[in-house]
Design a protein around this ligand. Structure first.
Ligand SMILES: C[S@@+](CC[C@H](N)C(=O)[O-])C[C@H]1O[C@@H](n2cnc3c(N)ncnc32)[C@H](O)[C@@H]1O
Length: 357
């Protein structure tokens, strides 16, 4: 039997990481009443979390590493009639909820989780979305200024969740996945990882303030240059550290110095604005290096990847983040940490760190 609406959350994640996503929802819930529990099937690409604290947890997508999106569930339905699914789903959408009455929606998205099985539902989702938006317009339930966005998550051809997102605190991309186009002149597909990190981990104002032309960056493990490419595209000067070769066109930009050196030993002659690091290494070793740079004031901002072990992946991420925070605390400094498993991340997560002030 389903738990009552507004006690349930729906999180999207990378298939195979449902356990980690459930674990961190439980950890967040533990700081409130702690009585919540998760329902998750491995490989499904989503987690349902049931808790009295669901309304308080719903706005905390940004704090979660493994959740690409976090929605508040209004209801769900099974055995949907193939000829008229909306006949069952619309009454759930239109039901009054005790807190918000009859909501109006800035938009309505019909999505499916990122699993192989659910991805086949994409054509169905597209058709259903067009019909849903038309039905909402007819009922005058679309209001572009509304803070609420409606989500239908199809988990099978005959099963769906109906859920709501607050635009201000949830991912602004269908499925929680920003669709990025590979830049043709970028030397590696890894470039999309840094582009997505800048898009997901920083907001628009932060990108403008913190990534200015003329700033200086170091890229550890830079070859062939996908991450450096993103920084050069924003007119930053980059010291690219890697024994491997760098893309010739990037070097010709005049904005890149290539150093064939060990990224764990290299230190800049003077402090830089940004440190980025994509070296394939043990996550604790990378976190320790980032902590040193930040604690010694060698960089102001850092973005780095933590390649995850096979087991205890949630614990390893927490341990690495704590390691950075503790190193700064030992120097009497605070560090702001934001971490996500991005769409372009596989067995890894991406972290943004900043020492304020
Ligand atoms: C995943 S690749 C980086 C891809 C790069 N970010 C891009 O976008 O093209 C990892 C790189 O780390 C480099 N690397 C690994 N250990 C290193 C070390 N100790 N010092 C410098 N580079 C290292 C490897 O040579 C490799 O080129």
């Amino acid at each position: 039997m389903s738990a009552p609406a507004l006690r349930r959350l729906l999180a999207y994640c990378r298939p195979g990481f449902e356990g980690e996503c459930a674990q961190e929802l439980a950890a967040l819930d533990a700081r409130l009443s702690g009585a919540g529990y998760a329902r998750a099937a491995r490989g499904s690409g989503y987690v349902e979390f049931v808790s009295d604290d669901a309304p308080a947890l719903a706005g905390r997508w940004r704090e979660l590493v493994f959740a690409r999106q976090l929605l508040a569930v209004l209801g769900d339905a099974r055995d949907l009639p193939p000829k008229d699914r909306l006949a069952v789903l619309l009454p759930i959408v239109e039901a009054q909820d005790p807190l918000h009455g009859r909501r109006r929606w800035c938009d309505a998205w019909v999505e499916s989780p990122d699993s192989d099985a659910a991805r086949e539902l994409a054509p169905l989702c597209r058709g259903l979305e067009a019909a849903l938006v038309a039905a909402l317009k007819q009922r005058k339930l679309i209001d572009r200024d509304s803070r609420w966005r409606l989500h239908l998550c199809m988990t099978a051809t005959d099963a769906a969740y109906v859920a709501v997102a607050d635009r201000a605190t949830t991912a602004p991309w269908p499925g929680g996945i920003p669709r990025l186009k590979f830049p043709r002149s970028a030397p590696s597909r890894s470039t999309l990882k840094l582009e997505e990190a800048l898009l997901v981990l920083l907001d628009e104002g932060e990108r403008e303030r913190w990534l200015k032309p003329g700033m200086r960056a170091v890229d550890l493990g830079a070859s062939p240059g996908g991450w450096t490419w993103q920084l050069v595209a924003r007119s930053l000067h980059v010291t690219a550290v890697d024994n491997g070769p760098m893309d010739a066109a990037l070097l010709a930009s005049g904005l890149v110095d290539h150093l064939r050196a060990d990224g764990f030993r290299y230190r800049p002659p003077r402090a830089v604005d940004w440190l980025v690091c994509d070296m394939v290494e043990q996550p604790r070793r990378v976190a320790g290096l980032m902590a040193q740079w930040l604690a010694e004031g060698l960089c102001r901002h850092a973005i780095f990847n933590l390649k995850l072990p096979m087991k205890k992946r949630h614990d390893e991420v927490r341990l690495c983040l704590d390691l950075v925070a503790d190193a700064l605390a030992a120097k009497g400094r605070r560090v702001e940490l934001r971490a996500k498993q991005l769409y372009h991340d596989r067995e890894e997560v991406t972290v943004y760190a900043r020492v304020p002030g």
